[in-house]
Structure formats: structure tokens, C-alpha cells
Design a protein around this ligand. Structure first.
Ligand code: SAH
Ligand code: SF4
Ligand code: F3S
Length: 446
């Protein structure tokens, strides 16, 4: 690799889950602290960071096509320096280095605080890789947070010890770790000072978070939520993604007791068939999942439920798939994500017998998505007439129009006098499948 100047401008492209979005923001802050500037809209950046996702094959393959496109420059503009970060970097770092000689830096999700050193090394002519997984070192090395959108993300927990048989996350993100309570309280306070009014606590298994308060008393996620609810200026708290097996009585109770905790729960079940759930190593049953839900709803009857589903897991029969359709109806989702099973290298399911044909998966996905869409429309339709707060996140397409989120995480648009970051009171007037129209009542009292 040739020596070159250190890049002065950067662009970060994050794929995958919200934890990658959080990491992308932190990388941007880190590069800005080094004196680099984000590339202006429509301009080429001197450094492109691809913050990648390894969860399904399509996501992982995208990296190589993106790299190819970036290196194909027309005329005399030099190709940007390319850094591959995120979960593909962690899982396939060596392969990327071998397959894509134009890549200068490969950095894993637990090592990106070292990005400035790695970029300097690459600029000096030596390609650089760091996919070490030091527990929790990166957060201490990142700069203070200074700017925030009204709705911010805060990673509180990383990694996964569950080892579902289809999933790469335990390998790309490592073992479960919880960030210390004091650090989280401090970061939440900084985010609020920087403009956040809502914080979503993130973790691959966010409800496995465990820590201690100032007096060394043990805290779970519910304790963290209760403490954050006392932060002045923070109006809304959410968390994602939770695992059915890490749900505690305290977390359920918090939904009934903490006004700032929004009535929304992302609780994936993946399949409605107990045989498939066992083969997935999910360690819960369809029925135990529904019972957990019942308890959440007893604490918070208007809870909006969201989930994740996989169709076509190895060996899944038509009858087993029908059980998935049934649990979707039984659980009542306000929203859900569904995916075709994608065999991932190194995971147990990739070599299981009974891999399902692509056409069968396509057909099942379509039927599942139709069922989910009906549920989503029904949930939105049932919201019409409700009065609620909306946190304004951006301008809408039409003049005077604003877009924000309801407590149930629905997209709501309305027209009237408002500004980004306002918490306004609306009446939900009309429902579509993906958004609702609200009628502005007033600015909510802060
Ligand atoms: N920790 C979270 C999910 C992380 S991955 C949880 O356990 O719920 C997000 C979603 O991607 C998963 O819930 C699952 O539905 C899907 N997913 C993971 N691995 C997959 C694979 N190999 N093929 C298809 N979908 C997958
Ligand atoms: Fe993956 Fe399962 Fe861990 Fe979720 S709980 S990240 S699906 S291994
Ligand atoms: Fe993808 Fe890594 Fe998130 S694999 S879903 S970016 S944890």
C-alpha cells in the first residue's frame, strides 16, 4: 500500500442494527476530535468507513461490492482510504485484507477507539488490522459527547452468551458485558445536555444488563431505567433488544410504574414452533413467551409489541411454519421484522440437515409478512382517537409538516407550529400501515 496524506474528510456508512448506528456516531466523534470533518453532502470523502453487519449473507456480501464501487474512481480523483469496521471486519478481517487490497484498515466493533492510530499506520503505507476484544476498553477511550439528536442511542450492554444456533453475534461481538452504571449515568446526562430528550438503551441482550449503584447495591436494567428517569430533561426512555429469558419481575413492574418508560417492547420469539425453538437453542417455548407477554400487558395494557422472526430454519415444516403464523396472531404485534434464514459460516445451524429451499422460504416470508402487516394496520387503526405526546425528530415533506414518534414508536406527522426536539401533544386522527396523521393540540409541558 502506498504512503498518502492523512485523510481530512470522512464519511461513515453504518449497516445492521442500532448498536452499529451508535458505534458509527462514536467513530464520527472520534474522527472529529482528530480534526477531521464530515464530508459535505454530495462530495467525495477522503476516508470512507464501512461499518458493516454480518447477520445475514446479503448484508455481509454488500461490503465487497461497496469496496469495489469506492475504488472505481473516474479520472484523476484519487480513491478514498477505506476502513472496514463492524461485524464483518470482526468475522472476516483476514479475508477482507486478502480479497480487497484497496482496504487500508480493518477494525472490529470492540477496537474502534484505536481508529486514529490505525489510520495513521495506513497513511504511512502499512495496512492495519485490529480485531481484539478487550472488555469495555473502548468506551473509556472515546471523546466526550457534545451533540445529540432529540432521540439518542446509548449502548449499555454488548455481546451475547446465548448462542442461538443460527446467529453470528456471539462471535462478532463477543461475550456479554455491561457498561458500569456511573459511566452510563454520566453519558446520559451529557446526551441530555447535548439535546437528547429520549434515550434508547441498547444491547444485544439489553435486559441482561447488570451493575451496581453508588452504594454498591446491585442494579438490573429496571434499576438503571428508574435512575435514568430521575435525570432532568430526559423525557422518554426505551430499550432494545430484550431476550425472553432475561425478563425480570422488576422490569415488568417498571413498565407500570415509570412514567418516562415508553409503552413499547421489542421481544423477539423467532418461531412459534417448540421443536424449531429447541433446534435454535432459544431456551424458551412459544407458550412461555406468551405468558411473559401477558405479565407485561398486565403492568402496561397499552404496550406496543415488536418482534423478530426467522422463516425456513433448517427442518422447518409447513405445519411448524403455521405455528409461527399462529403465534403472530396470538401475541398481537404492533410491528415486527421477519427474515429468511441465512446460513452463516461457523454457526451450528449452517450444517444442519433439512436446509429449506429458497422458493419455500420466499413463500413463507410473504405469508408471514402479510400477517404481520395486518396486525400492524390493526394496531395503528386502534390508535385513532388517542391523545399522546409526539417527540418531533424532523421536518416532513410538505411545508409546515413535522415528523416524530408516538410513545408506541409509531411515525406521526402533523402540521403546525413546532420545532425539532419539541414534545407536542397530538390527537391521532388517521392511520396508515406505516404512519399516522396527528392533529396538533399543544406543546406538552416539559
Ligand atoms: N439479540 C437479538 C437479535 C440480534 S440479531 C435477539 O436475540 O433477539 C436480529 C435478528 O436477526 C434476530 O432476532 C433474528 O431474527 C435475525 N437473525 C439472526 N441471525 C439470522 C440468520 N442467520 N438468518 C436470518 N435471520 C437471522
Ligand atoms: Fe443472536 Fe440469539 Fe444472541 Fe440474539 S440471543 S444475539 S439471536 S445468539
Ligand atoms: Fe449486524 Fe453486528 Fe448488529 S452482525 S445486527 S451489526 S451486532
Amino acid at each position: 500500500m502506498q504512503r498518502r496524506e492523512l485523510p481530512r474528510t470522512y464519511r461513515i456508512k453504518s449497516f445492521g442494527c442500532q448498536m452499529n448506528v451508535y458505534d458509527g456516531e462514536r467513530m464520527g466523534e472520534l474522527l472529529a476530535a482528530q480534526g477531521m470533518a464530515p464530508a459535505a453532502e454530495g462530495e467525495e470523502a477522503e476516508l470512507v468507513v464501512l461499518n458493516t453487519c454480518h447477520i445475514r449473507e446479503k448484508a455481509a456480501e454488500k461490503v465487497y461490492s461497496d469496496i469495489g464501487r469506492l475504488l472505481k474512481t473516474d479520472g484523476d480523483a484519487p480513491a478514498p482510504m477505506i476502513a472496514v469496521a463492524g461485524c464483518v471486519a470482526q468475522a472476516e478481517g483476514e479475508e477482507i485484507m486478502a480479497r480487497a487490497p484497496g482496504v487500508g484498515v480493518v477494525v472490529g466493533p470492540q477496537a474502534y477507539h484505536r481508529l486514529p492510530d490505525l489510520l495513521a499506520q495506513a497513511a504511512g503505507g502499512t495496512r492495519a488490522t485490529d480485531t481484539d476484544m478487550p472488555a469495555d476498553a473502548k468506551f473509556a477511550a472515546l471523546p466526550r459527547r457534545r451533540r445529540s439528536a432529540p432521540a439518542a442511542f446509548l449502548t449499555v450492554q454488548e455481546g451475547c452468551d446465548k448462542f442461538c444456533t443460527y446467529c453470528v453475534v456471539p462471535y462478532t461481538r463477543g461475550a456479554e458485558i455491561s457498561r458500569p452504571f456511573g459511566d452510563l449515568l454520566a453519558e446520559a446526562q451529557l446526551l441530555v445536555e447535548a439535546g437528547a430528550r429520549e434515550i434508547t438503551l441498547l444491547g444485544q441482550n439489553v435486559n441482561a444488563w447488570a451493575g451496581q449503584d453508588e452504594a454498591a447495591r446491585p442494579l438490573g436494567l429496571d434499576g438503571l431505567i428508574r435512575r435514568l428517569a430521575a435525570v432532568d430533561g430526559l423525557e422518554r426512555i426505551r430499550y432494545t433488544t430484550s431476550h425472553p429469558n432475561d425478563v425480570t419481575d422488576g422490569l415488568i413492574a417498571a413498565h407500570g410504574e415509570v412514567a418516562k418508560l415508553m409503552p413499547y417492547l421489542h421481544l423477539p420469539v423467532q418461531s412459534g414452533s417448540d421443536r424449531v425453538l429447541r433446534a435454535m437453542n432459544r431456551s424458551h417455548t412459544a407458550d412461555s413467551y406468551l405468558r411473559v407477554l401477558e405479565r407485561f400487558r398486565a403492568a402496561r395494557p397499552d404496550l406496543a409489541l415488536s418482534g423478530d422472526f426467522i422463516v425456513g430454519f433448517p427442518g422447518e415444516t409447513e405445519a411448524e411454519f403455521a405455528e409461527t403464523l399462529r403465534i403472530v396472531e396470538a401475541a398481537g404485534y404492533a410491528h415486527a421484522f421477519s427474515f429468511k434464514y441465512s446460513p452463516r459460516p461457523g454457526t451450528p445451524a449452517a450444517t444442519m440437515d433439512g436446509q429449506v429451499a429458497a422458493e419455500v422460504m420466499d413463500d413463507r416470508l410473504q405469508r408471514l409478512q402479510a400477517t404481520i402487516a395486518r396486525g400492524q394496520m390493526a394496531f395503528n387503526a386502534a390508535s385513532v382517537g388517542r391523545r399522546c405526546t409526539v417527540l418531533v425528530e424532523r421536518r416532513g415533506k410538505k411545508p409546515g409538516q413535522w415528523l416524530g414518534k408516538s410513545p408506541w414508536l409509531q411515525s406521526v406527522f402533523f402540521t403546525g407550529d413546532a420545532a425539532i426536539g419539541d414534545l407536542v401533544e397530538v390527537e391521532l386522527a388517521q392511520a396508515g400501515p406505516n404512519s399516522l396523521e396527528g392533529r396538533l393540540l399543544q406543546l406538552a409541558a416539559a
